[in-house]
Design a protein around this ligand. Structure first.
Ligand code: DGL
Length: 270
């Protein structure tokens, strides 16, 4: 039994989709969420740089919040850094790529699936490799979607501009005959309505959030790291960008009031 918090991070607001699933599934666990909004987007940066950010954030979560586990709630950072983090740090660390693949495998009937993500995630080939390595026998259409994360970070989740961009970017998905589309960026569930309008209602949209929360629960159960506290769980939020904007848009996207946001300053190390 361990009352320390679980650390969760993303480049910005996207990881709130995972945080929400954790709050719903594990309401007794304390969380510390860091949105690296001062350095978003990650998806257009070199993966080596994202790897450095992920290492720095993991160390920060350990040093400042004594976290018992870390959830990399960002596909780009999972693709760039998960193996490295798992080999360097002693605590359990999970990403969102394998959970997303598992949920996709369960959802598809015709074994033709799509995945959309940032340029960094798709060009890392992380999803393509996972499908091959795990011999899932699925045809995968992988499609980078530059520009979508920026809409979410600005608080825009619907409208003609987003529709037009999604329609243009998802053409290969529409032409691929897929029955399932994995939202391979934690920001994209906030755009699910538009994405579904574009690909059609018969394509199942899959997010990694719930499956990631289930994996966290299994790890806590297996390692005995679950909390045994009777007090109300605390969720603390931090941003490396504008804390007021984080509180405002974050409350809206999370569907819970974020009253207080701490700030983090990284300096110019990377
Ligand atoms: N939410 C992050 C992901 O899942 C992406 C964001 C970014 O480009 O900053 O990949």
């Amino acid at each position: 039994m361990d009352n320390r918090p679980i650390g969760v991070f993303d480049s910005g607001f996207g990881g709130l989709t995972v945080a929400r699933a954790l709050i719903d599934l594990l309401p007794d666990e304390d969380l510390v969420y860091l949105g690296d909004t001062g350095r978003y987007p990650y998806g257009s940066r070199p993966l080596s740089q994202v790897k450095n950010f992920a290492n720095q954030i993991t160390q920060w979560l350990i040093d400042n919040h004594n976290v018992k586990m870390v959830v990399v709630a960002c596909n780009t950072a999972s693709a760039a850094a998960l193996d490295d983090l798992q080999s360097k740090f002693e605590l359990p660390i999970i990403g969102v790529i394998d959970p997303g693949i598992r949920a996709t495998k369960r959802a598809t009937r015709n074994k033709k699936v799509g995945v959309i993500g940032t340029v960094g995630t798709i060009s890392s080939q992380a999803y393509q490799k996972a499908v091959l390595d795990q011999r899932l026998g699925m045809d995968l259409v992988a499609c980078p979607c530059p520009g979508l994360v920026e809409f979410v970070e600005r608080g825009e989740t619907s409208g003609q501009d987003i529709y037009d961009l999604v329609e243009k970017l998802l053409l290969p998905i529409k032409q691929g005959g897929v029955d399932t589309l994995l939202l391979g960026c934690t920001h994209y569930p906030f755009l699910a309505r538009v994405i579904s309008d574009v690909v059609g209602r018969d394509v199942v949209l899959v997010s990694s959030a719930d499956e990631t929360a289930f994996e966290v629960r299994s790890i806590l159960d297996e390692t005995g790291l679950n909390t045994h506290s009777n007090k109300e769980a605390k969720v603390k939020f931090f941003s490396s960008g504008d804390p007021q904007w984080f509180a405002k848009l974050g409350s809206q996207l999370l569907g819970l009031e974020i009253a207080d946001v701490g700030t983090v300053e990284w300096g110019s190390q990377y």
